[in-house]
Design a protein around this ligand. Structure first.
Ligand code: ASP
Length: 366
């Protein structure tokens, strides 16, 4: 063994020399290696969630309290971030994401908008609970008029758990927000190595670390600080959006009514009585409405409420004038947006006091 060591060392050093002078080394590294000049500035806006959670013991991967660890501690707990960017923290909220409200969404949007307008800021990361991360990422994707990288990140296990996923997710998110290659791709979600579009990402598994996905697949992957891209979003977003958080103060109320066998009429009746501005009907299959439910929805429409047909099925998309005569009833279809994303777009669309035709246009375009 001892005799072999000098040999091994020599062959390793000659390999390194070959690598240093080889004309192939530069082009073998297609995604540009991080350049060590002035570090990009990334602001981490913390909202709570499991990524800031803590459990009683390392064996508690699913039983813990969300929203416990403040942003400064999250950042300080990950010294590797200093290699990637100059990281600053802001504590927006400290809540579990199921407690997000429209007021909080609007406030967060304004905070992110102010940050991306700051010329010294290169990118923004939002730490977030995973339960409604898909709503917030879609909302920000629609209302922030900037092409700077904005990355939403969470974790499925608290930092105190064995095999906690938050540290790598946060490291990846900051690396992605610091990467010029993430510019202009809309609001991104960084989870479990995958880079996903905030538009169509959804929580699809509620207990495992591969919780997030999109029926259209991830946009790319993060590996050791580098973004590897494979596709780009085509829908309108951020700089190409007609919505602007700087002009929005409140969002109108939109209700989701969930479809099932024997769903009854109570949900639609209650939403109509409550005076919501739109009902997202999370129908069965292709956004189907039961025969006994049609009259209630027609009555709601006649009362000025927009009706948006979505589906309780995770994948696929609702076809217009299939299952129900949308033209005749003046209803809208949600395209491929799941009910909770359709609710976000409907609320924003209604801030512009649009017709159902305009609403449908938005559902095709965003
Ligand atoms: N209920 C938590 C939340 O959404 C779950 C999580 O963050 O994973 O805040």
């Amino acid at each position: 063994m001892n005799l072999m060591m000098p040999l091994l060392r020599r062959s390793v050093s000659s390999l390194l020399m070959v690598a240093a002078i080889s004309p192939f080394t530069a082009c073998a590294q297609t995604p540009a290696a991080p350049v060590a000049t002035k570090k990009p500035v990334v602001v981490v806006v913390a909202t709570g969630g499991t990524i800031a959670g803590a459990g009683a013991s390392s064996a508690n991967s699913a039983t813990y309290q969300a929203a416990k660890v403040p942003v400064d501690k999250l950042i300080a707990g990950l010294p590797e971030l200093a290699d990637v960017a100059e990281v600053r923290g802001q504590q927006a909220f400290q809540i579990a994401s199921e407690s997000f409200t429209n007021e909080k969404l609007v406030a967060l949007g304004k905070q992110v908008s102010a940050l991306v307008k700051d010329p010294s800021v290169n990118g923004v990361v939002i730490t977030h609970g995973t339960d409604t991360l898909e709503e917030t990422s879609f909302f920000l994707n629609l209302v922030i008029r900037s092409d700077k990288p904005i990355v939403v990140v969470g974790s499925m296990r608290p930092g105190t758990a064995l095999s906690a996923d938050g540290a790598l997710n946060l490291y990846d998110a900051v690396s992605l927000a610091a990467s010029p290659s993430a510019r202009g791709k809309g609001v991104l979600v960084m989870m479990n190595d995958d880079i996903l579009s905030g538009r169509d990402v959804a929580k699809r598994v509620n207990i495992k670390t591969n919780a997030f996905g999109s029926q259209w697949g991830p946009l790319g992957m993060m590996v050791e600080r580098r973004a590897y891209w494979f596709r780009a979003p085509v829908k309108r977003q951020t700089t190409k959006s007609e919505f602007d958080i700087d002009t929005i103060t409140t969002l109108p109320e939109v209700a989701i009514v969930y479809g099932s066998g024997n769903m009854g009429t109570l949900g639609v009746e209650a939403a109509t009585k409550a005076g919501v501005k739109a009902i997202v009907h999370a129908g069965t299959g292709n956004g189907s409405v039961p025969d006994y439910g049609v009259e209630g929805l027609k009555a709601a429409r006649a009362a000025g409420i927009q009706i948006i047909r979505s589906s309780r099925i995770a994948d696929g998309f609702v076809l217009r004038n299939s299952e129900q005569p949308d033209d005749k009833y003046d209803w809208v279809v949600a395209h491929d947006l799941n009910p909770q994303k359709a609710k976000i777009l409907a609320a924003l669309a209604l801030t512009k006091a649009t017709s159902s035709a305009d609403l449908q246009r938005m559902f095709w375009e965003y």
